[in-house]
Design a protein around this ligand. Structure first.
Ligand code: ARG
Length: 442
């Protein structure tokens, strides 16, 4: 079923018709398509472009259609070209001529542009809610582990002591920025394209502001060619979603490392880990790995959108029908990942003893040892060198900066005295940096 028969003398080839159809993808926008049609028909009637009676009949029937969809009483016909065609066909079947009037002063080009925006506004709100839930969990886990000492890393080499709470809080900052980016992208797409027609506007005395207000948009897209050819919001949202996935993926990478025997920093709850079909000892972080893996899908969606749009002349081109598969998949994937990740994080446990042991073993207080010499008046570069030599001595003797005898310290630099042992204590290293003081030993 299609809307554009008059000019053609032959039926569309079946394969070509199937290829052209988008109903399998766009039928998920049926609510938005109906809402946009209700707004459009109400505006047409208010402006005297269709009669009040036709306007009322159309809006009443559209609302019935929506209810029948929701209850499962009405199923989308997969032989229709797209969801817009299906809904208009239903209206016409039920109302006759009034149904045929709904497409006055409208094109599927401005219609689909409105539908996607309405749909993606809702999807963005859903992601925003899930992000907020995640931020809440990250913050509460960070507060719980505010005093848990762990090694901080650069180059994945032990660098300086931090707390697990501070490490987790870094992710909270990333997710907060994601949330801001999402809200910002939504603000930019919150304009209504309806009234732009196919590309050049319409000859009818439409009230575009009225339609936009009815649908809850903050305004109208001013240029009609732009209104039907712009998919910046899809690309922008896919970019925002990709960055969310980067953050989730980095977090997951750390979780995978932390729950290895080599690190042993965390234990995943059994409900968020999996076993092996052959190795009985295994407890695998599949959820974290899969979130990391699904990051590739979302980057793929962004790349697809950018590539589809890059060579398109103005205004609408059928290539743009590909936008929906990509952006819907990106939203589906991110929502699924957030749903799996958040409870996994909420239930994982830190193995604080192991973190402390790792923090105590890698000379992560060496900078503090050098700073101690600086406090005695030595220039930092000389203090750095003397400390480096001491680390080598420790490695040779199988000792740490905490256990190295004072005479060895003095050999490296006569400015050392007993005070150095206080300076290299992990808890003092943390205190001096303003990281929350550790609680009593775990
Ligand atoms: N299914 C189409 C899409 O998603 C709807 C717009 C069709 N417009 C057209 N001129 N063929 O882009």
């Amino acid at each position: 079923m299609k809307l554009w028969t008059g000019r053609f003398s032959r039926e569309t080839d079946k394969t070509a018709g199937d290829f052209n159809s988008s109903i399998a993808t766009d039928s998920r926008m049926f609510r938005e398509d109906i809402d946009a049609s209700v707004a459009h028909a109400s505006m047409l009637a208010a402006c005297g472009i269709i009669t009040k009676e036709d306007g009322e009949a159309i809006t009443r029937e559209l609302k019935t259609l929506k209810a029948q969809f929701e209850s499962g009483e009405l199923a989308v016909d997969p032989d229709c070209e797209d969801i817009h065609t299906f809904i208009e066909a239903q209206l016409t079947e039920r109302l006759g001529d009034a149904g045929k009037r709904v497409h006055t002063a409208r094109s599927r080009n401005d219609q689909v542009a409105a539908d996607i925006r309405l749909y993606l506004k809702k999807e963005s709100a859903a992601v925003s809610e899930k992000l907020n839930a995640l931020i809440g969990v990250v913050d509460s886990r960070a507060a719980q582990y505010a005093g848990t000492v762990m090694p901080g890393y650069t180059h994945l080499q032990r660098a300086q002591p931090v707390t697990f709470g501070a490490h987790l809080s870094a992710y909270s900052q990333m997710f907060r920025r994601d949330s801001g980016r999402l809200a910002d992208a939504v603000k930019r797409m919150d304009f209504c394209p309806l009234g732009s027609g196919a590309l050049a506007g319409t000859t009818y005395p439409v009230d575009r502001e009225m339609t936009a207000a009815y649908l809850g948009f903050s305004g109208v897209v001013s240029n009609t060619l732009d209104a039907v050819s712009d998919r910046d919001f899809c690309m922008e949202l896919a970019a925002v979603l990709s960055i969310i996935m980067v953050h989730l993926s980095r977090f997951c990478e750390e979780i995978v490392l932390w729950c290895s025997w080599e690190f042993g920093f965390i234990e995943l709850d059994d409900a968020f880990a999996t076993g092996s079909s052959i190795m009985p000892q295994k407890k695998n972080p599949d959820i974290a790995e899969l979130v990391r893996g699904k990051t590739g899908r979302v980057f793929g969606d962004l790349t697809a959108l950018l590539t589809v749009m890059k060579g398109l002349p103005l205004a609408y081109n059928k290539d743009m029908q590909e936008d929906k598969d990509a952006i819907f998949d990106a939203f589906d994937t991110v929502k699924m990942c957030l749903d799996a990740f958040t409870p996994m994080l909420a239930t994982m446990k830190a193995r604080e003893k192991n973190m402390l042991a790792a923090a105590s073993g890698g000379f992560i207080n060496a900078t503090d040892c050098a700073d101690y010499l600086v406090s005695k008046g030595l220039p930092f570069r000389d203090a750095y060198k003397a400390t480096g030599e001491l680390v080598a001595v420790c490695i040779g003797l199988g000792l740490t900066l905490e256990t190295l005898p004072l005479e060895e310290y003095k050999k490296a630099c006569p400015l050392f005295d007993e005070g150095v042992y206080e300076a290299v204590k992990l808890e003092n290293c943390l205190k001096k940096r303003g990281l929350i003081p550790p609680r009593s030993k775990p």
